[in-house]
Design a protein around this ligand. Structure first.
Ligand code: UDP
Length: 458
């Protein structure tokens, strides 16, 4: 089909998301923000977990590339193996696609590819684009401080902070205050630690070869961290987030079907009374933790909406709640397999978010001014929880002594929902919300950075 003249005349951006929900969402939000500023959009996606064409705006192009990844590798929680396989298996198809796009551009059949944006995990495409002479920027979907951890990883290993051992969990990391060792990463298995270290080395090398780094954060919430990145990599850095606030046009990017009935249920609840509970798209918990969480919620006597998605509980087939517990929960608890999270957080009945502290969940909570109860489990989550509880002070932590206990869940809910501490946390959250609203509004730091990216001739 011949390209329409509008498509031919517009500068085009080619975006390459990593096929995980927490990475697809910010990349598609960036696509929408760039599109609303006049760029034509191509989403280049591996076959695994590719978005459905019908869900994307009509004038986006969607190109899927074969990845030859067996479903069991794609579904496993071994992120490093999956990311290496993607980079290896998609390299040739990515090169062919980009070379073809450049040919069409030269022959006047299609618009100019202004730049490529690839998730930082796509280190091979970042270098392929460079070889072909196309500007390629890396997108860090998580925080700036997480990228500082990536940069520091080899020296943190060299200094003996990593791999993490239980005996050094609470040692201060002088290079990255206010982190303690367990905020860096909770990989204790030696083989997995080595694979992860290798992955981060590839990611950092890929970013260093790219034309610039885009981060899903704001100068106004991570200004010092961004400055430090600028001083450590000689590249343009664009902090254009939180990306879900950068455009009013939304792109449907959920891989699972949202159960919207929880919104009707929220309508029946008192304002500011409900705890929303979700652990994002990837982490798994064991049956003991699941049941303790359920008892903690039931005993808290608060209404709650809990996302129990498929594979949340990793050592048992079903997440069935025992009858006695169901009775205790009564009509107070609503369990869904996937929620329209942003709408839930925006709902006036929601008072708190019990979260694993994924970066998207955290920024979505901040933008709605909902204080957090943090139960981080892996990856960047511990570091984000440190910022939520100890830097911005807009949440409280579930204080877990060893294995999670129901009383610890209940205590954290009470700390946030009742009493002086909770009041102060809520007030600071209101202030932080103003900060992110301001930086993403016209003339704010993220708005200006996004326009600089659109206008740049990288
Ligand atoms: N999400 C959702 N419905 C749910 C749970 C999560 O739409 O029931 C979305 C959430 O809004 C966020 C993303 O899934 O944008 C999860 O990303 P995050 O970085 O918080 O966590 P991850 O899944 O990467 O651990």
């Amino acid at each position: 089909m011949a390209p329409s003249s509008t498509n031919r005349d517009r500068r085009r951006v080619v975006l390459l998301p990593l096929p995980y929900q927490g990475h697809i969402n910010p990349m598609l939000r960036l696509a929408a923000a760039l599109h609303s500023r006049g760029l034509a959009v191509t989403i280049l996606h591996p076959e695994t977990r590719a978005p459905e064409r019908r869900k994307l705006p009509a004038d986006y192009r969607l190109v899927t590339i074969p990845d030859n990844i067996p479903p069991e590798v794609a579904a496993s929680r071994d992120v490093a193996s999956f990311v290496f396989a993607l980079n290896r298996n998609c390299a040739a198809a990515f090169r062919d696609y980009l070379a073809g796009a450049l040919r069409e551009e030269e022959e006047g059949e299609d618009g100019h590819v202004a730049f490529v944006v690839a998730d930082v995990d796509w280190f091979v495409p970042l270098s392929v684009a460079r070889e072909l002479g196309v500007a390629a920027l890396a997108l860090m979907t998580s925080s700036a401080v997480r990228f500082l951890v990536y940069l520091a990883y080899p020296s943190l290993c060299h200094k003996g902070y990593l791999p993490v051992q239980e005996s050094n969990f609470n040692i201060a990391v002088e290079e990255l205050p206010p982190f303690v060792v367990q905020d860096l990463h909770l990989v204790m298995d030696k083989t997995r630690h080595l694979a992860y270290t290798d992955l981060l080395a590839h990611i950092v090398a890929g970013v260093r070869q790219s034309s610039g780094l885009i981060i899903n954060t704001s100068e106004d919430i991570e200004g010092m961290e961004i400055e430090r990145i600028r001083s450590e990599i000689a590249l343009p850095v664009f902090s254009v987030g939180p990306l879900h606030m950068m455009t009013s046009s939304s792109v449907e990017s959920s891989l699972l079907t949202e159960d919207r009935s929880c919104l009707d249920w929220l309508d029946t609840q008192r304002p500011n009374s409900v705890v929303y509970v979700s652990f994002g798209s990837l982490v798994g918990i064991d049956t003991d933790e699941f049941l303790e969480m359920a008892w903690g919620l039931a005993n808290s006597q608060r209404p709650f909406v809990w996302v129990v998605r498929p594979r949340l509980v990793h050592d048992c087939e079903s997440s069935a709640i025992p009858g006695e517990l169901q009775q205790k929960m009564g009509n107070r608890g609503r369990i869904v397999s996937w929620a329209p999270q942003q709408e839930v957080l925006r709902h006036p009945s929601v008072a708190a978010f019990l979260t694993h502290c994924g970066w998207n969940s955290t920024t979505e909570s901040i933008s709605e001014g909902v204080p957090m109860i943090c139960r981080p489990l892996s990856g960047d989550q511990m570091g984000t929880a440190r910022y939520v509880c100890d830097v911005w002070k807009v949440g409280v932590r579930v204080e877990v002594e060893n294995q999670l206990k129901r009383g610890e869940v209940q205590a954290a809910i009470t700390r946030l929902m009742d009493g002086k501490e909770g009041e102060m946390v809520r007030e600071r959250m209101r202030d932080l919300r103003h900060v992110v609203v301001k930086c993403t509004s016209e003339g704010g730091t993220s708005d200006v950075a996004l326009q600089r990216l659109v206008d740049s001739n990288i």
